[in-house]
Design a protein around this ligand. Structure first.
Ligand code: ADP
Length: 228
């Protein structure tokens, strides 16, 4: 997708989110604005329950804000049909999770190949192999997630996330389930590919070494997003 050169890949303006409940609604935040340029890396930090995951879901177009506007890759998401939004996500947005979230019954190779097939890419098998080679897992093509260590599973998830050449990659605590050394290797991999592919990274983290590697750090607390 070609976002106009001058337009950031993500623009959220004055977004609010309230979850319905029996006492009139649980307001998480009222007025959050954020802009992300192509290739930028942004860490979102803040205490548990501050609304970081909620914000990530809104920015990625997985949930809709109660008010405010979000433009993803030049498109105002409130004006897209459910199907066009799903298409936009499939083509241009990737996710990495704390718990890896690979499909448990598929091999490492098949997990990546499936993502490429969904995107409609040719030659998905060879490309999936190239991506596993790139993240140092050439000897693990046919292992299912249960046969891989946490660090290896996250490498597969990183390969899957970048293989589709996303414009935007969202990650929720990508090193949260890994020991320090394994986490550091995952961080190196993430930023190497961020530079190589100019993917915008927006990630939630409690890991200071990960937050420090990002170009920008935003702290969400008491319903406000503060640029540190
Ligand atoms: P964080 O990621 O910063 O820990 P979350 O975004 O997960 O915070 O949650 C923020 C608040 O929103 C929490 O109080 C949580 O219980 C509430 N919340 C999150 N999702 C929902 C939902 N779908 N329905 C109702 N409340 C929710």
């Amino acid at each position: 997708m070609h976002t106009p050169e001058s337009e950031p890949v993500l623009i959220a303006t004055q977004i609010a989110k309230t979850f319905p409940n029996q006492s009139g609604g649980l307001n998480i935040f009222n007025n959050i604005s954020i802009t992300a340029a192509a290739g930028e890396s942004i860490a979102i930090i803040g205490p548990s329950g501050a609304g970081k995951s909620t914000l990530l879901s809104l920015l990625a177009g997985l949930d809709i804000p109660t008010s405010g506007n979000i433009r993803l890759l030049g498109q105002p998401i409130s004006q897209l049909t459910e199907q066009s939004l799903a298409e936009l996500r499939a083509q241009h947005i990737s996710f990495i999770f704390q718990s890896f979230q690979l499909l448990p019954e598929l091999s490492a190779l098949d997990n990546i190949q499936l993502a490429l097939d969904i995107q409609g890419q040719n030659n998905s098998l060879n490309r999936a192999k190239e991506w596993l080679d790139k993240v140092g897992l050439a000897s693990r093509y046919h292992h299912i997630p249960a046969q891989l260590s946490g660090g290896e599973q996250q490498r597969v998830a990183i390969a899957r996330a970048f293989a589709t050449s996303p414009s935007l990659l969202f990650a929720d605590e990508p090193t949260g389930n890994l020991d320090e050394q394994t986490g550091a290797a995952i961080i190196d991999q993430l930023f190497k590919l961020n530079e190589e592919l100019n993917t915008t990274l927006i990630l939630i983290t409690h890991d200071p070494s990960l937050a420090q590697r990002c170009q920008r750090r935003l702290k969400l607390h008491n319903g406000e997003l503060e640029e540190l």
